[in-house]
Structures are given as structure tokens and as C-alpha cells.
Write a protein that binds this ligand. Sequence first.
Ligand SMILES: Nc1ncnc2c1ncn2[C@@H]1O[C@H](COP(=O)(O)OP(=O)(O)O)[C@@H](O)[C@H]1O
Ligand SMILES: [Mg+2]
Length: 269
Amino acid sequence: MELRRLVRGRLDWPRLEAVAMELAKRYDRDCVHVRFLEADNWLSTPMVLDEDLFVKVISRQNTLVHTLFTTGRNLGAFSAGTEGFFERFKTPYEMAEHELEATRQMRELGINAPEPIEAVEIDGLGVVVLEYLPEFRSLDQLDGKEARDAAVQLFDSLWTLHDAGLAHGDLRAENVLVLEGEVYFIDATNVSADAREDARAYDLASALAALEPVVGPRETIDAALSAYSTDELLAARRFLDFVAIRPDHEFDTTALKGELEKRADGTPG
Ligand SMILES: Nc1ncnc2c1ncn2[C@@H]1O[C@H](COP(=O)(O)OP(=O)(O)O)[C@@H](O)[C@H]1O
Ligand SMILES: [Mg+2]
């Protein structure tokens, strides 16, 4: 089997069909329409049912890959001078339950996130069912004023999350959606409760990295300073190199650090 396919662990149709049929039964629907998303199935197979339910199907393979990634990320955290702080899951269902609960917690804090419906185990697979958000754009699809507004909202929501002792754990442009001018956080797989200070600093570094290509270094730091202190941004600086080695983050580390240092010195930008 091709390595990519093996690592991604895409499920074959009969297993996905069994999930769709079980969900149809649970929600009293005679038949359901299933649509697959163009996504990078590393950690789940996402599908949309009847254009109103967003379903993430997590296989044993996905859970193993998550553990592998997490180990790698924890090693990265060590390299940034702190202990690892990413959680691992034993079963697909545990991973599904975690995402459901974390999404619920975010909403309780007043952060926009899809409505959590349920987490179930079907044929050994973990299944998370959430409200389907239509017509969104992800952070990297915005520009101009919309992008700047989203930047401020992003840090505001992140601050709320951090103030409650949580961390998102996987902030990147595709996981920040904008719907009718409002910022939504999705993909709560790596949300941790009782997040340590360094988990929050890592989140902040990820948010800076996600925004820099969208609004530029100066607007990014401006927006971050509307919610965070200079000291908090300096704590996040430590994680920028670690975030930069992740293949999914493309940003100008030097420009971002330069801008941050300028502000920390009190030099007007
Ligand atoms: N509730 C939702 N409604 C509509 N689309 C969604 C929803 N949640 C996620 N998506 C889309 O599906 C993609 C994959 O979902 P995500 O939760 O990020 O899973 P993964 O762990 O595979 O990254 C997202 O990048 C987004 O485009
Ligand atoms: Mg995602």
C-alpha cells in the first residue's frame, strides 16, 4: 500500500456507509446524502450529511497517527525548552469524545464554534457529529479590512480561551473560519484543559504565524496587542521557530520577530 495512503488511513466506502446508515437511523432519516470534503485526511475522514451535519470519522489508524504527530510535537516543545504538553488518545472514540467536549467548552465561554451534537462509537470508529457551517471562508482566504477585523477577533477569542485555562493546540488558518464576519474556532482535537503557560504561548505563536501571511507582521502584532501584553508575546516568540518547522505554516519568521522586538523595545512601529 502506498505510504501516504497508509498514513492517512482513508476509510473505504463500506465502513463509511455503515456510519452514515447508523447516523440516519439515530436521527430518524430515511436516507442521507453524503458528501466528502477535499481534506487532508491525516486525522479523520470528514463528511457532510444532508448539508446540515458535519461528521468526522476517526479510525484506529488516525488515532495512531495522532499519537505519532503528538510525540513529534512534544519533541519540538522540548527543543523549545519546555516539556511536551500535547495529549494523546487511546481509542478513536476517546478522540471523538474529546473533540466534542472541547467544542462544547469553547462555546460555553462564548467563543463561536459549531454546535456539538454527539460523539459515538460505530464499528470501532470514533464519530464526532457537529453542526455543518455553510458558506465560510478560512482565515487565509480573507484580505483587507475583513482580515484585520478577523485578526482582532481571533486574539480576543484566543484570550478568552486562555483566560479559562484552555489552549486550542492546533491554530492554523484552516482551523479559523469566518462566517458572516464572525470568527469560529474549529478542529478542537488538540484542545487541552488545564493548559500550562507554555501551551498558551505555543497557541499564541501559532496564531501569529497564521496571521502574518494574511495581514503582514505589523497588523498581526497590533491585533495581538489588543488582547495580549508585550510580555505574553515575548513568551510566544520562543515557539516561533518550532511553529516554523511545521510544513503547514508558511510565514516570515524574521519579519514577525523583528516587529515583535521593535514593540517590546517601545519603539513606535
Ligand atoms: N463544522 C464544520 N462545518 C463545515 N465545514 C467544516 C466544519 N468543521 C470543519 N470543516 C471543514 O473541514 C475541514 C477539516 O475539518 P477539521 O475539523 O479541521 O479536521 P482535520 O482534523 O482533518 O483538520 C476544515 O478545514 C474545514 O474546511
Ligand atoms: Mg483542521
